[in-house]
Structure formats: C-alpha cells, structure tokens
Design a protein around this ligand. Sequence first.
Ligand code: NDP
Length: 482
Amino acid sequence: MEFYSHMIDGEEVASLSGATFSSFDPHTHQDWAEIALGDGSDADRAVTAARRAFDTGPWPRMGAAERGRILHRLADLIEAHADDLGMADTRDMGKPITQSRGNDVPRTAANFRFFADHARLSTSEAYPMDTGHHAYTRYGPAGVVAAIAPWNFPMMLESWKVAPALAWGNTVVLKPAEDTPVSATLIARLALEAGMPPGVFNVVHGYGPDSAGQALTENPAVDRITFTGESGTGRVIAAAGARNLTPVSLELGGKGANLVFADADLDNAVEWSIRAVFTNSGQVCLAGSRLYVQREIYDEFLARFVAAADAMVVGDPKDEATQIGPLASAEHHAKVAGYVDTITEQGGTLRTGGLGEGWTVRPTVITGMDHKARHAREEIFGPVVVVIPFSTEAEAVELANDTTYGLNAMLFTENLHRAHRVSAALRAGTVWVNCFFVRDLRAPFGGAGDSGIGREGGTFSREFFTEPKAVVMQIDEAADSR
Ligand code: NDP
C-alpha cells in the first residue's frame, strides 16, 4: 500500500505521533492506501508554516499575474495527471471513473484557471470626493486560510476553496475528508512542481472532531475558515470561529426541490431530473431529491422517469460503463439503507430501486409519501427521490420552500414568465431553470437557512478571501507647482 503523508512547508511529513489510518475502497472493501493521521499538533505545525509563508514569503507579495502563471501551471499538471487523480477519488469513495476523471478533474483544473484569471483581471473601486481627496478599495489577501472539505467531490470542492484563496495571495492549510484523503496530497505535490513556494499550500489529514480539523478552526493564527460539509458540523465550526472572531464561510447540506410543470419539455425534464438526483449516487448537496410534478403530467412523467432510473448501470466504479457506484463508506451505506428500509413505514411505495450488491443502492424512486415524511424532509445523500404531485404554481412554491434548507432548486417550464416568477419566489441560493448543475464561476454559490452562511464564486470569493481596505488620499492641488 502506498503511503500518503501531510504536506507541510513543502515537505511530505508523517504525523508527529507516527499514527496512520487506512483509506478503504468501497467497491473492493479493501484498504488501498495508508495515510498520516494528524492531530492538533500537526495542524498547528501546518498553520505555523502557512503563517510564516504569508508573513515573510514571496506569495502574497508577488502579484496576481505571477501567482496566476503558477496556478495555470498547476492546472496544466492536474490535466496531465487526470488518470491518477481520477482514480484516487474513485478508489477513495466509489465515484464512477467517468465522473471523477471526466468531470471532477477538468472542473478542478478550471477552478484554478478561473480564479487565477479573475484575480488578475479584477478591478477595484475608486471614489472621487469633492473635498480634495479621493478614496479607493485595495483588495489585499486575508492571511492564513483553513479549508475543510467533504468527501463527495473531493478534489473539485477542495479546489473551489483553495484556488480563490491562493489566487488572492493567501496561504492555505487544507484538511480533506477522512474518507477521501489521497487526491489532496497528490495536488499538493503538483503545486510544488508548478513552482508554488513551500508553506503556501499545506495539507493535513485526520478526522474531526478532536483532531486536525477541529484544531484548525480553533487556531487564532487562522484568518479565514472555509468549510463545506454537514449543517451540524457547520454549527460547530461557526462556534469555533466565533471564539477568535475568525470569518467563516459555510456551504452546508441541502434538500433540493425540483418542480416539473405541465408545460415543461418532458424529454429535457426527465433527463435533467435523473441527473439531478442520481449523479454521484445522489451524494450531492444539490441533489433534486424532492421531485414535485404537476398532476396533469404526473403519470406520464413518472413512467418515463422510472424507466430512465431502471436503465442506469450500477456496478464497479472503475468500469467506464458504470453510472452508479457504491456509496462512499460502510457508515454512509448504513445511513442510506436505513431510509430505504423504512419507505413503507413512512407511508411510501417503492416504485423502483432498493439496496443493491455490496454498498450500492439502485436508483430508488418513492411515491405516495407525504411531503412531511422524513424521506422528503431530511438530507438522505443517496440515490433516493420522493416524487409528489402538485396542482398549482402557488402550491409548488409553498411545498418547495417548506424546508429548513435553502441551497438550490430546479424548475422545468416552457413559460418564460413562470420561470422568472417562480425563480424569484423560491428560497434558494441557486435556481436552475430547465437544467441542473451548470455553473458560471462568476455567479454566487451558497445557501440560505441551514444550507450555510455566505457566498463564494467570482467577486463573492474575493470578498471572503481578501481584507478590503479603504485608502483615502489627500490631493494637494498645489504640489506640482512648487
Ligand atoms: P462532514 O460535516 O461530516 O465533514 C466535512 C469535513 O469536516 C470533513 O473533512 C470532516 O473531517 C471535517 N470535520 C468534522 N468535524 C469537524 C470539526 N468539529 N471541526 C473541523 N472539521 C471537522 O460532512 P461530509 O464529509 O459527510 O460531507 C457531506 C455533507 O456535505 C452533506 O451534508 C452535504 O450536503 C454537504 N455538502 C455541501 C455542499 C455545499 O456546497 N453546500 C457541497 C458538498 C457537500 P472527517 O471527514 O475527517 O471527519
């Protein structure tokens, strides 16, 4: 088994305690990699390195264009290592290889390219004053960023945090999820190869609470905490940040509503609704796991949706034909299986799907369940969808908004006026109309309610990862004439 260590100050190092843990392949049920198991002392070591690199190193001082060249080189290397990186996430969490190599690797590279260019091309505001002064905004780096990531899109979500932080001149300590540690170490190696100075991009492994992740959130030398994960963990991290008054950006859970109106293009609605809930075996914060369909088309839509769900290929994630791999871990499989086993108890009917071989769950479609039932309210994070009919647009909006989450929603309609009206009425950080998962990295991304605090993307990332400063200058009109 290959060993993957922390990356601290440009060195691959074991934990101070010497402890390790295994990364487990959820398809073969075998350990496949050995990982350094960090604790608070390793996290503190990484923060000290990042602090030094920020306070005295070249990275914050070199300017966005030079940093951008290094980040583009990193993106080139990520693309060149697509096979290794894709396989790392596939082996760590069972994601089908066509998705990890074909989607997550290019999107990881794209995150680095986008934020490199965004920082380089950004303008700042000037405020001419009529008092003999002028003011402008200076977007300087915030300092040391702690980035804590989940296991469902490992490298892609890590880069969503690390790329803007680095592009704006910060230094970073990344804590990947315990179930998906390998790609983070691989990317940190590539960052060094791309020319990033030591200490700028550090990685510590371990599991929170009481471990490396928690120590990062409590360290007063950290200037920003960016976290993606469960809403419950988000609350703990927000409390830790509050103690040091460290700004926190939280991208948390969701229970996405998908509204299909009778005037929708049904082929398009079926295709996207399938992707919305079954991509990545439903282990997606944005999953459209509450599917509301207008009564006039309910039967026809359901028949087509169930047929498309049945046609999905479940199997070995390393096989190119596979669309649904195993769930990421035994613990997570047990959680999702608990929902599958209680469908009837909660008043639902299983239309198709159910538990598959190993840790797989076949695309599972439930009908007949009340909108208040657990399956329709709680984030299952598996390939499980509850389909519920509705009559009117007002009812659809009311059902969609009846949740503590507010991450995203989807709607399918060919009526332009309805599309705008409903988009405005939905309480969600992102609304997709006639599509799903399409992103423009300039647009805000984040959620309302239990889905998080703050937005990232484009200038929203700049707000979070910089310390905007107002510079006010007196203009001495007579200076040149002296
Ligand atoms: P968790 O909240 O369990 O873990 C996320 C990360 O936080 C992991 O790296 C974890 O480490 C770490 N962690 C756990 N406890 C602490 C702590 N006390 N202090 C610091 N770090 C800690 O989430 P999952 O990994 O299970 O991810 C799934 C969740 O993420 C879902 O709820 C999903 O909706 C959400 N998500 C949200 C997205 C969004 O953009 N809004 C996108 C993707 C996912 P370890 O794993 O080692 O315990």
